[in-house]
Design a protein around this ligand. Structure first.
Ligand code: IDP
Ligand code: MG
Length: 146
């Protein structure tokens, strides 16, 4: 399996409820390597840009208001099959439908306020990482160097 990078976001509900540490611990416990990380607050416009794929959805305005409502942590994770592994650790979009043990099942409040984002494909991951990070902010190491 190829080494990939993916983008994760600890969403405003997660940061506001003091879940940063627990989410990051879960990622690291799964052996997911954090190679870039920052804390920021999106503007409404910034959230609309990030979620432009959903611009025609009925929840777009609510989603982008929520995503710009408070601090988030954005991070680049690296590892073999990391895109799929992160999606599995997150669980289904709706916390009520998420498998027990997943982060959204454990910590999600609603289908909107569901704690964590993860890119859904290699193409999306590349685009989403570039939305937040310059190459100099990603501290990737060559394969097998630890
Ligand atoms: P994902 O985050 O599991 O990939 P997407 O369908 O890409 O789910 O939706 C992006 C985000 O939009 C979700 O994580 C959630 O915060 C929000 N969202 C998705 N569906 C709904 C909905 O039906 N109502 C309200 N918010 C939603
Ligand atoms: Mg998605």
């Amino acid at each position: 399996m190829a080494v990939e990078q993916t983008l994760t976001i600890i969403k405003p509900d997660g940061v506001a409820r003091g879940l940063m540490g627990r989410v990051l611990e879960a990622l690291e416990t799964e052996g997911m390597k954090i190679v870039g990380m920052k804390m920021l607050q999106l503007t409404k416009r910034g959230a609309e840009g990030f979620y432009q794929v959903h611009r025609n959805k009925p929840f777009f305005d609510s989603l982008t208001s929520y995503m710009s409502s408070g601090l988030v942590v954005v991070a680049v994770l690296e590892g073999e099959g990391i895109i799929e592994r992160l999606r599995r650790l997150m669980g289904a979009t709706d916390p009520q439908k998420a498998t027990p043990g997943t982060l959204r099942h454990r910590y999600g409040l609603s289908i909107q306020e569901n704690v964590i984002h993860g890119s859904d494909s290699p193409e999306t991951a590349r685009w989403e990482i570039a939305y937040f990070f310059n190459q100099t902010e990603i501290h990737s190491r060559p394969l097998n160097s630890g």
